[in-house]
Design a protein around this ligand. Structure first.
Ligand code: NZQ
Ligand code: ZN
Length: 386
């Protein structure tokens, strides 16, 4: 096992009815900026419950944080904070709203001229951030219990990730009943995103880390077993609760302790979203199967472990077990309603060169756990995904 430093200060308030407990975790005198997306929270009762829980606190609202939150929109919230005496930020929504709030929390206190530098330096230059918490409505990203965020600058078509130890939510409320209204597309996206998060931390090379491996395999099996049930019966509380906690555990730092990490699939996926506005999880479903096929040799030992322990494959030679495991995973993505080929999204071979040149512009030229995913490897992955 590799050395590691595990730190996660986020308090989780889990279960039905927990939005009411916002009253206990937000300072009584706080002027709260409530941030949300396009309005789903007004249709499913989340908005009303939050307002009730905040009681007599002064509330200002910032609405319109879009999926794949844009720097352009988020900077409007930073201005609002500077003009009003806001003490506390409350993100109410999915990963986009929470990520956007993390950026706003850091940008509002940033001392440089242009907070976009936070993204360029991937968060290394963040020295403080405003306090914030979240109410999660879409299990997928793990943003509710990690310190990372992804922001898009539309004007230059750049989608970039940052992280900072100052950007953990103080708390997150996870009420599984608030996910009942998710459209099927977002249920599928959530399960696939969480699945790929686990794979990026698990499917590398062995370092003798059975605790992390068994955790990861348990989370993968949970997604495989529970995901389809959520599509069939959207109001099954236990299914929603298990999926919600699974997505959080997939990216809260626990399973990445002491192990190598990949993330090449995510980096290519971000370019696909920036250039073609494809949903985050859809990009991952396109890239990961090919990524594993192209890099089979470097990942052979873990692919065999994945085949045996997650897909119960024990027969046949090594290569056929590996291929069957990858195909089963791809079938699972499709079963969750997430298409896995570039052509499913009307993209073809002519679209590959611009993706590679965006990767180059963003210095994504040596990705993966061994830094051996060059632009040439990325090209092979994309060609195999056509
Ligand atoms: O905007 P509203 O009206 O709220 O609608 C949203 C949005 O249209 C809707 N929605 C959310 N909860 C709902 C609901 N609709 C009905 N009922 C509910 N309960 O779902 C749509 C998608 O929301 P979004 O927040 O964009 O989705 P997601 O949670 O998948 O977040 C995606 C973003 O997170 C980033 C992605 O790159 C992308 O920008 N990621 C963040 C990570 C992190 N912070 O660690 C890691 C991930 O790898 C990922 O990159
Ligand atoms: Zn992701």
């Amino acid at each position: 096992m590799l050395n590691f430093d595990f730190y996660n200060p986020t308090q989780i308030l889990f279960g039905q009815g927990r939005i009411a407990d916002l009253n206990k975790v937000i300072p009584a005198e706080a002027h709260v900026l409530m941030l949300y997306g396009g309005g789903s929270i007004k249709q499913n009762g989340v908005y009303d419950e939050v307002i009730t829980a905040l009681g007599t606190r002064k509330i200002t609202e910032f609405t319109g944080i879009e999926p794949n939150p844009s720097y352009e929109t988020l900077m409007k919230a930073v201005e609002l904070i500077k003009q009003n005496k806001i003490d506390f930020l409350l993100a109410v929504g999915g990963g986009s709203v929470i990520d956007g709030t993390k950026f706003i929390a850091a940008a509002a206190l940033f001392e440089g001229d242009d907070p976009w530098v936070i993204m360029e330096k991937r968060g290394n230059n963040v020295t403080k951030a405003m306090p914030f918490g979240s109410v999660l409505t879409l299990p997928a990203t793990g943003s509710e219990m990690n310190n990372g965020g992804v922001v898009t600058r539309k004007s230059i078509k750049a989608k970039m990730a940052f992280s900072s130890r100052h950007c953990f939510p103080q708390f997150s409320v996870l009420d599984p009943t608030k996910t009942y209204t998710l459209p099927a597309r977002q249920i599928g996206n959530g399960a696939v995103d969480a699945f790929v998060h686990i794979m990026e931390q698990y499917l590398t090379y062995p370092v003798n880390s059975p605790v992390q491996d068994r955790f990861a395999e348990g989370l993968l099996l949970t997604l495989i077993e529970e995901g389809p049930k959520a599509l069939i019966n959207p109001e099954d509380y236990d299914v929603r609760a298990n999926l919600m906690w699974c997505a959080t555990m997939a990216l809260n730092g626990l399973i990445s302790t002491g192990v190598p990490q990949d993330w090449a699939t995510h980096m290519i996926g971000h370019e696909l979203t920036a250039l073609h506005n494809i949903d985050h999880a859809q990009t991952l479903a396109i890239v990961l199967p090919s990524m594993l096929r192209v890099r089979k040799e470097g990942k052979r030992a873990k692919l065999l472990q994945f085949a045996e322990r997650v897909w119960d494959l024990h027969e046949g030679d090594e290569d056929s077990r590996i291929e069957t495991a990858i195909s089963r995973m791809q079938d699972y993505f499709e079963q969750m309603g997430v298409k896995t080929r570039l052509s499913d999204y009307q993209l073809g071979s002519d679209d590959i060169a611009p993706i590679l040149s965006a990767l180059e512009t963003h210095r994504m030229v040596s990705l993966g756990e061994k830094r051996d995913v060059t632009l040439e490897v990325s090209r092979q992955v994309l060609e195999l995904s056509l």
